[in-house]
Design a binder for this molecule. Sequence first.
Ligand code: G3I
Length: 426
Amino acid sequence: MRLIGFPLPSLFTIVISVIGRTEPLRYYAEKIGLNIGVAIKETYITGNNQTHNNLVRTEFNTIVCENAMKAQNIAPAQNSYNFSAADQVVNFALQNQMKVRGHTLVWYNQNPSWLSGGSRQSLLSNMKYHIEKVMGHYKGKFYHWDVVNEAFADEGGGYRSCPWYTIIGEDYIDSAFVYARRADPGCKLFLNDYNNSYINDKSTAIYNKVKKMLENGIPVHGVGFQCHERTSKMTPELFGRIKENFDRFAALGLEIAITEIDIRTESGSNAKVQAEVYATFLRVGMSMPKFTTFMIWGVRDQDSWTGAEQNALIFDNSFRPKPAYDSLLAVLKYPTSLLPVDRRAHYLTQLGDLVFNPANNTVRVNDPLLNRPAVLEMFDLRGARMAKVTLRANYPLPLSSMKTAPGTAVIKAPGTTMRRISVVGR
Ligand code: G3I
């Protein structure tokens, strides 16, 4: 139990403990290294809406501007970029130890006329200028950028018809990523789209494109799955349908991010079904080897681009958490959900305790009931196994002997709670 705001235990904190106060989404997400985020309407931040801002900073550790960084807003004219609204959101995020995703640099929509008109050469040079200007302004501050957004046609597996594609050609995407890499070499670069959660013509076209980009040395690091979905998608097969699609992108070594999720509540369904859909997307993500980010596209139902009547988000119009919130919290609180499904039951049925000693970088399974060799496994932050060793219960094992690269990892032994650790070297 984390006790916030009371330097010493008091009667009040004890009462809170007894009634089992629940920690926010952010608290559990950070335990497992997940970026749980929300799209922000900048007017709430710039207007200093305290109720909104307190909820955002408490529940989320990541922010994306819903609109403030779109070209039409940030670059109304080539010689007058206006970063003020976006800057306020970024400052709010950084002051509250939140990460920022950039959205978006090259899009078919919301472009000022100076940016997306002209010849192939002028379009490429405008694109380069815009990317350098915006990414340069935020250099070193963002961990992800949606470099190209919604480049694919809804039907038929082709590219979306837009000036970038029609005038430059398919390679506008490659150019954008190369310019972006040069503008902020430390930032992960994403190709983001919607209607790509399952295997279909569109997601296959995206898959083929990123595969080709990787083969050609184009610096793409991840695919964004927007996941604007509906409650009618909830079937027993949903988990598997998403996973079989995400798996093929992960097999390319790409990071997977859920970048804009919202779930419309269709007539005949209810908030419980919506909660199941949200939870299913999160569970699939958490079963992926490189899944870092789960972003919800807005705070309250009435803030959603889908319209208040769709009830698509996880807070109601009075900022109260809905069942969808509870379902996400439950997935985050349940640490074994990081593991592939087939291994979870096994871990849950056993007892034990895992003790990590950072002083000498050793770990031991401390279990008086289990005085026999135990299996200790190490996973990367999204659940892919990095190492597996058998050790005797109660004997310290140097982590260096697990022969993994230095970095952050999660260790787990049967029946124990997962521990996030830093591996300091071989
Ligand atoms: O800025 C004007 C404002 O001055 C005016 O008072 C108001 C009146 O309606 O309109 C304002 O602009 C609107 C803007 O949202 C801010 O509310 C635009 O007309 C409207 O088109 C814009 O919609 C946004 C849409 O993208 C288009 O940019 C939505 O809020 C935003 O949620 C939506 O987000 C997109 C992602 O960027 C990409 N993926 C799909 C997702 C949903 O469509």
